[in-house]
Design a protein around this ligand. Structure first.
Ligand code: F3S
Length: 401
C-alpha cells in the first residue's frame, strides 16, 4: 500500500526521474511481498568505478542526472576507480580519469556527496540504532546492520540511488524484526587477534552460512577495525548482511537474537582461510592496507611501523578523503610518504584499474581483498597480519617465518 505522496511519485507528478526511481522501489517491494514502503534516513550508493560501470553505466547516470532528479535524504558515494586528485601521479590514464570524473559529477548533480569511500560510517554518514536506511556496498551494509544496529537490505547501487531520490525503500528482509534473528550459532573455539584473523574468521563463516544470519560466540573483545574486517569478509565470501556477536554487537544486549532451531557450528581454527587465500609467491609488487577503507587508527599503526625506514615494494593505504585530511593534520602522511608509502584517497586495489599499473602480486591484511583481488584485479595474493604485510613492504618479499 502506498501513501498519497508515494502514489504521486509513481504517477509521475514529481517528474520522470522520480517516477523511474519509485518504479524501482515498488518493483522490489512486489518481488519480496512487501506490504508497504518505509522512509529511509540515508542512502549509500555503490557502482562508481568506471572500471565496473563502463560506458553504458556512465551514459545511464548522465541521462538520469539530466532528468533533474535530486536526492532527498543524505546520500554518500562508494569508492571510485582512482584517487580523484592524484590519479596522474599514480599512473592512471587520462581517458579513464575523464570518464571517472564524469561519473562522479553525474552523481553530484543528483545531490549525492562525492565521499568516494566504503566506510561512510567513519566520516559522518553514521545511522543510529534502529534507523531504516538503504545502503549498497556489502561491507558497509553489514557494518551498519550489525555494529550500528541500523536496518538495511543488501541494496544494489541503482536501488540505493532510487531510495535516495524517493526517500523510501520497500519494507522487507532485514527491515523486519523476524528476519534479524540468527539462523546459525557459530562457536569460535580459537584465538582471534587482529584485523587479518577477524577477516579470516569472517571468510570461514561467510562460506558456511551464505546469506543467512550468524550469531557468533566465544569472542571476548574486538575493536571496530576488527569488526569492520570480520563483516567485510563475511559479506564477500558469503552474502551475509547481518551478524550478531554475543555481548559485543548492540542487538544482542537487548534480546535473544537467535531463532529457536538455529544450527550450531564450531570454528576450531583459522588455518583453512589462510591456506585458501594464500598463493605460493615471494616477490611482492604492492602491499595494500585499508580494505574496507582505513580508519585513522589503522593509518597511525602503519606510520609508526615504517617511521624512519624505506619500503621496497609499493605500499598503498587506501582511505577516504576525510581520513586522509586527518592523517595529514596529524603528521602521519608525512611519515608514510618519507618512507616511500602512499596514502591514497577515493579508491582501492579492487575497484581501480591496477592492471594498467602493472601490479602482478599483492600482499594484504584484508581477507576481503584477498578474496576479490585475484578475480577483479588479476593479481596473486599473500594474506597475513599487518606486521607480515609491513615486513613484505620493507623487504619486497613475503617471508613465511
Ligand atoms: Fe572498500 Fe575496495 Fe575493500 S571498496 S571494502 S576497499 S574492496
Amino acid at each position: 500500500m502506498l501513501t498519497k505522496e508515494e502514489e504521486a511519485m509513481l504517477n509521475g507528478e514529481m517528474g520522470e526521474g522520480v517516477q523511474k526511481a519509485m518504479e524501482i522501489i515498488v518493483a522490489l517491494g512486489k518481488i519480496y511481498n512487501a506490504k508497504e514502503l518505509i522512509k529511509v534516513e540515508s542512502a549509500h550508493i555503490s557502482g562508481v568505478s568506471y572500471k565496473n560501470l563502463g560506458d553504458e553505466g556512465l551514459e545511464f547516470l548522465e541521462e538520469f542526472a539530466s532528468m533533474g532528479v535530486k536526492t532527498i535524504v543524505e546520500a554518500t558515494l562508494n569508492p571510485a576507480g582512482m584517487d580523484m586528485e592524484s590519479w596522474e601521479e599514480l599512473g592512471f590514464s587520462r581517458e579513464f580519469a575523464e570518464k571517472q570524473t564524469r561519473i562522479v559529477k553525474a552523481y553530484e548533480r543528483m545531490g549525492v556527496k562525492a565521499t568516494c569511500t566504503c566506510t561512510p560510517y567513519l566520516i559522518g554518514n553514521k545511522p543510529k540504532f534502529g534507523q531504516h536506511i538503504a545502503w549498497s556496498e556489502s561491507s558497509a551494509i553489514i557494518y551498519a546492520n550489525s555494529i550500528l544496529g541500523a536496518r538495511t537490505n543488501r541494496e544494489s547501487g541503482i536501488s540505493a540511488l532510487a531510495s535516495a531520490i524517493t526517500g523510501r525503500t520497500a519494507k522487507y528482509g532485514l527491515h523486519l524484526d523476524e528476519n534479524r534473528l540468527a539462523d546459525y550459532i557459530v562457536k569460535v573455539k580459537c584465538d582471534v587477534k587482529g584485523v587479518s584473523d577477524f577477516g579470516a574468521l569472517g571468510y570461514l563463516i561467510g562460506k558456511i552460512v551464505g546469506d543467512k544470519v550468524p550469531y557468533i560466540t566465544g569472542i571476548k573483545i574486538a575493536d571496530l577495525d576488527e569488526l569492520k574486517a570480520l563483516g567485510a569478509s563475511m559479506a564477500a565470501s558469503g552474502a551475509v548482511g547481518l551478524f550478531h556477536m554475543e555481548n559485543i554487537t548492540p542487538e544482542t544486549k537487548i534480546k535473544k537474537m537467535i531463532k529457536d532451531h538455529a544450527e550450531e557450528i564450531e570454528i576450531e581454527n583459522l588455518k583453512e582461510a589462510y591456506e585458501t587465500l594464500n598463493y605460493d609467491i615471494r616477490e611482492i609488487d604492492v602491499v595494500s592496507i585499508g580494505c574496507p577503507h582505513a580508519s585513522i587508527e589503522e593509518i597511525r599503526k602503519v606510520a609508526y611501523m615504517i617511521k624512519g625506514r624505506k619500503v621496497k615494494s609499493q605500499l598503498w593505504i587506501t582511505t577516504s578523503r576525510r581520513i586522509y585530511d586527518e592523517a595529514k593534520r596529524q603528521g602521519l602522511l608525512e611519515i608514510i610518504n618519507e618512507a616511500g608509502g602512499k596514502v591514497i584517497r577515493d579508491t582501492c586495489i579492487v575497484v581501480a584499474p591496477i592492471e594498467e599499473l602493472g601490479f602482478k602480486t599483492l600482499a594484504t591484511n584484508s581477507a576481503k581483498m584477498a578474496t576479490l583481488s585475484p578475480s577483479h584485479s588479476k593479481v596473486k595474493v599473500r594474506f597475513g597480519s599487518l606486521e607480515d604485510c609491513i615486513k613484505a613492504a620493507l623487504s619486497g618479499v613475503w617471508n613465511d617465518n
